[in-house]
Design a protein around this ligand. Structure first.
Ligand code: ADP
Ligand code: ZN
Length: 735
């Protein structure tokens, strides 16, 4: 018996080995094996083919061992991974490795503990009083107990998604009689696990017809775009479509952008499907991830809810794939093999003959175009649940505010008044600004010197509370001083960040309970969950934050959303800038008015007439999409053309020489439907002391891109000056 093995090393190509008869029964397609490789006695590899004839003229060596009781990859998974290697121009082995949980890469597959049921945690009577009496030092205990009080009885899994280190804390709370723990026996089908709060809703007419169309297509590959406005009940459609797949004995894969930011969502899946759900996200330890992975691989768990890398999760008999918020940029991997999990999800559904549902209120233009050409079928949920109105949106044109008007935290009088009125009425507000820190640029008034990072070509941001100037790329800090280090002149800061908005709110509405949600204020999933729980309990009136506040939160108390400056994303040198701005504005506006009280949104901007802003204000996705698609078509940009970014990093001269050599190598392949931008220094020329150059290719079709790749390969294999090169297919980041 012979096997074709992809070795997990930085080598191209695959190798053939012989299987000794003692291992013959254990090896199959997808097995992980130890093989002698080069001088090393044992390298790890994956069986990707079963050739029948040996390659001529090679002396074959034997497979040394089979590493797992199950082959980690099933046959369809291998097809998916090989497709991805080919499409993303990634070295073989790199994706195979990316597709496995880190725990498995490290050692032999250990047995997962047997599980017999689902654990539920709940606050015990008297927990609220105990919390009030708890000292400030008991930080972790407070956080977990607060969360339990806010959420009531929840699967322990949800708590673990929210607090990666929360399990021992929960045990301590149980020991002290502040929380209860109960195991509900697993029953075939899992229905007995439903806590009362998670009965399926009876669907609206529109939800029912969406579900009917998805159900009618099941059993074969089919992709749907579920285009539903914010609050239209998409999640309930996913849940019931999955329930049907389960009833037919099939498994389900659900991809979500970020589990830490939406612990409720993971909780809803656990609550409805209990033990059948495995969660895969970065908040878990390697061991936990490995154990969830094994539960799926063995068919003990049949539904996977996970982030980007979960597109490779070993769900058995896959019947349905759901990608929630399919437009979210976090599905695109920005380093390594650079795959897009949404696109791989569609391919995975195809190789497994499953139904794929891509859900969003603001579909990406790629997905929309696929729906327009009939490749995907579009299902619309045009109304909110209970016919709640979409929030009313008002524009504040910042350029027309009289010079000299004080704007604390860049909050205009209109937004300031709305904010005071909201807080006075006992309601809640969310303020969104996509810039961290207090001031984004510090200048000397006398000599004009800007404080810039020594390692990166970006300016430093003032973080007033910490009293430092911080580089947002490499994390380098400098102590803030009021005087210019060059001339001794007085320094001033410009550009508002979230820290300054927070200060502005405190000035405008004294006594308001304000909290900030960004990477500076929160250090992990536990902090995020704690903050969201406090907001849900209405212990916070105003939540100020970066794009973290735009995610799918569902807070009925929020009636006001303020966009402090809509223009931050518009200014980026990126062909998706308008699309991204439209998405952010629509998503954040969608947080308002989800309860019984109607919502209002105030958008501050210097560009009220830019299409992204104007169409978002009018809740007009179709209008925006039509205009933007026309623009893309005329430029030949995605979704009408294809792009490949070649990213070069190295020493100043190494990066430049390599980029120039690649440019020369590409030249013969240009024309004929391919154009090249660059080679040029990247918009951010230096990060962490490494110089960065980019080449950007735009092609009419995939075949043209392949020609370019072939032309570049010889140079890429031997870059002058030792620079590193990465091919980024369908690039998102343009900086
Ligand atoms: P989306 O994901 O489209 O923004 P959600 O699925 O979060 O919307 O639903 C919005 C709200 O409506 C949620 O609080 C959800 O529990 C509720 N909901 C969803 N479907 C129904 C239904 N059929 N009947 C009543 N409430 C529903
Ligand atoms: Zn830096």
């Amino acid at each position: 018996m012979l096997v074709e093995v992809a070795v997990a090393a930085a080598v191209r190509g695959t190798f053939t080995y012989r299987v000794p008869s003692r291992l013959a029964g254990e090896v199959s397609l997808g097995s992980r094996v130890a093989v002698p490789f080069g001088k090393s006695q044992r390298a790890t590899g994956y069986v990707v083919g079963l050739p029948t004839v040996p390659p001529p003229g090679v002396e074959l060596r034997d497979v040394a061992a089979v590493l797992d009781e199950f082959p980690p990859f099933t046959e369809p998974m291998l097809r998916l991974i090989r497709w991805a290697e080919d499409y993303y121009l990634a070295p073989p082995g790199e994706l195979l490795r990316a597709a496995l949980p880190p725990g498995l890469n490290a050692r032999r597959g250990a047995a997962a503990p047997a599980r017999r049921g689902v654990d539920f945690a709940a606050p015990a009577p008297g927990a609220a009083e105990a919390l009030a009496a708890m000292g400030a030092r008991a930080h972790a205990r407070r956080a977990v107990l607060e969360y339990l009080l806010a959420r009531g009885r929840i699967p322990v899994e949800e708590l673990r998604a929210a607090f990666p280190r929360g399990r021992p804390v929960l045990s301590a709370l149980v020991k002290d009689g502040l929380a209860t723990l109960e195991t509900v026996a697993a029953v075939a089908g899992g229905d007995a696990l439903l806590p009362a709060s998670e009965e399926p809703f009876s669907l609206t007419t529109e939800q029912s017809s969406a579900l009917a169309r998805i159900a009618a297509a099941s059993g074969a590959f089919h992709t749907f775009l579920l285009h539903g406005v914010t609050g239209s009940g998409k999640t309930e459609v996913y849940l019931q479509a999955i329930a049907r797949a389960r009833a037919a004995g099939q498994g389900a894969l659900v991809l979500v952008p970020e589990i830490a930011l939406t612990p409720q969502l993971a909780g809803r899946f656990r609550a409805r499907f209990g033990d059948q759900v495995a969660l895969l996200h970065s908040g878990l330890s390697d061991r936990e991830r490995h154990s969830e992975w094994l539960r799926l691989r063995r068919g003990e768990a049949r539904i996977c809810v996970g982030v980007r890398s979960a597109v490779f999760a070993p769900v058995q008999d896959l019947g349905i794939v759901v990608v929630d918020e399919e437009h979210d940029p976090s599905f695109k991997q920005d380093d390594g093999p650079g795959y897009h999990a949404r696109d791989l999800a569609v391919v995975r559904a195809r190789v497994e003959g499953a139904v794929c549902v891509l859900g969003s209120a603001t579909p990406s233009l790629e997905t929309l175009e696929n729906a327009r050409t009939g490749k995907y079928q579009r299902i619309e949920l045009p109304r909110r649940i209970d016919d709640r109105p979409m929030p009313e949106v008002r524009i504040v044109d910042l350029s027309r505010i009289r010079k000299g008007t004080p704007l604390p935290g860049l909050l205009s009088p209109v937004l300031a008044d709305a904010l005071s009125a909201t807080v006075r009425a006992g309601r809640q507000a969310i303020l969104f600004l996509n810039r961290r820190g207090f001031q984004t640029l510090v200048l000397c008034r006398d000599c004009g010197r800007e404080e810039r990072c020594e390692n990166c070509s970006v300016s430093l941001t003032l973080h007033a509370r910490r009293g430092v100037l911080l580089c947002h790329y490499c994390g380098a800090t400098e102590r803030m001083s009021r005087t210019c280090p060059a001339c001794g002149g007085e320094r001033a800061g410009v550009g508002v960040g979230t820290e300054q908005v927070e200060a502005g709110v405190k000035e405008i509405v004294p006594g308001a309970r304000v909290a900030r949600m960004d990477r500076d204020a929160l250090s992990g999933a536990a902090d995020v969950a704690e903050l969201l729980a406090r907001f849900a309990r209405r212990e916070i009136d105003v939540l100020v934050g970066t794009q973290m506040v735009t995610k799918g939160h569902d807070f009925p108390g929020v009636t006001l959303v303020g966009v402090v400056l809509a223009d931050t994303a518009l200014a980026l040198p990126d062909f998706r800038a308008a699309e991204r701005t439209f998405q952010l504005l629509t998503q954040v506006a969608g947080r308002a008015g989800r309860g019984d009280d109607p919502g209002q949104v105030v958008v501050q901007t210097f560009h009220p007439h830019s299409p992204a802003v104007a169409f978002a204000v009018g809740h007009d996705f179709a209008g925006f999409a039509e205009l933007e698609l026309d623009r893309r078509r005329s430029l030949g940009y995605p979704p009408f053309g294809r792009m490949l970014a070649v990213r070069v990093e190295g020493s100043e001269s190494g990066a430049r020489r390599t980029a120039e050599a690649l440019g020369e190598a590409a030249r013969p392949a240009l024309g004929d439907g391919v154009t090249m931008l660059g080679p040029a220094p990247a918009a951010i020329e230096r990060i962490r002391g490494r110089s960065r150059w980019h080449l950007l290719f735009r092609a009419d079709d995939a075949a043209a891109l392949r020609r370019i790749h072939r032309a570049l390969k010889p140079t890429a294999a031997r870059p002058p000056g030792g620079a590193s090169i990465r091919f980024d297919v369908d690039p998102h980041a343009m900086l």
